[in-house]
Design a binder for this molecule. Structure first.
Ligand SMILES: [Zn+2]
Length: 201
């Protein structure tokens, strides 16, 4: 993950609160065929999960919360002009993952959060061109750190789920689920069955 801000350094952890989608080659919805549903994505990450993740992170790293993550298609690093543009857009970190995962997780009513560990300063810092060897060194350190953070996070997840992620599809399905093709219903059954009438179950 690349930093777009001076105060976010390599090996810091960022738990973003917002996303800007610059991907264009990825299937980003389960509802692209017979069934139409519009989920709310104004707050793309689960706040409860992000809070637990932040607590686990604080033990191991400097943590920045609620930043904006820019997701580019890649695979490539930004040009300097793009990097500076993304700064003007309010980006804090930049990477090539998290989308469409965050959106698909919301559609599937799963809690989703991101642990982003910084490896470089992207391309906005004129004196610090992206260097693969330096990035790999930070990446190796971050991988060890991520394992420790996840080990601390897992026991914290053993609590009742109270967030709204579990109801993300409620009142969002525009199509009558009784009228869709049976094969399409079967494809989506694990996601939509609780909102369907008994006719399809
Ligand atoms: Zn949640």
């Amino acid at each position: 993950m690349g930093s777009l801000q001076k105060n976010i350094n390599p090996r810091d952890a960022v738990i973003p609160g917002q996303l800007i989608d610059r991907t264009y080659l990825r299937v980003n919805t389960f509802f692209d065929k017979a069934l139409v549903a519009y989920i709310s994505f104004a707050r793309p990450f689960c706040n409860e999960l992000s809070t637990l993740l932040a607590k686990a992170c604080e033990i191991h790293s400097t943590v920045h919360r609620n930043g904006t993550m820019l997701v580019i298609e890649g695979p490539a690093f930004s040009t300097s002009a793009e990097s500076r543009l993304y700064q003007q857009w309010g980006g804090d970190v930049i990477g090539m993952t998290v989308l469409p995962e965050a959106k698909l997780a919301r559609e599937a009513e799963m809690c989703y959060s991101s642990l982003s560990l910084v490896t470089d300063n992207d391309a906005w810092l004129e004196t610090d061109e992206v260097n693969v060897n330096t990035i790999l060194s930070h990446l190796k350190s971050n991988a060890c750190k991520a394992k420790s953070i996840i080990a601390d996070l897992i026991p914290r997840l053993n609590i009742p789920r109270t967030c709204e992620c579990q109801n993300a599809l409620r009142d969002t399905i525009m199509t009558n689920t009784n009228s869709i093709d049976p094969s399409e219903y079967i494809r989506l059954k694990s996601i939509i069955s609780k909102y369907s009438s008994d006719n399809n179950k």
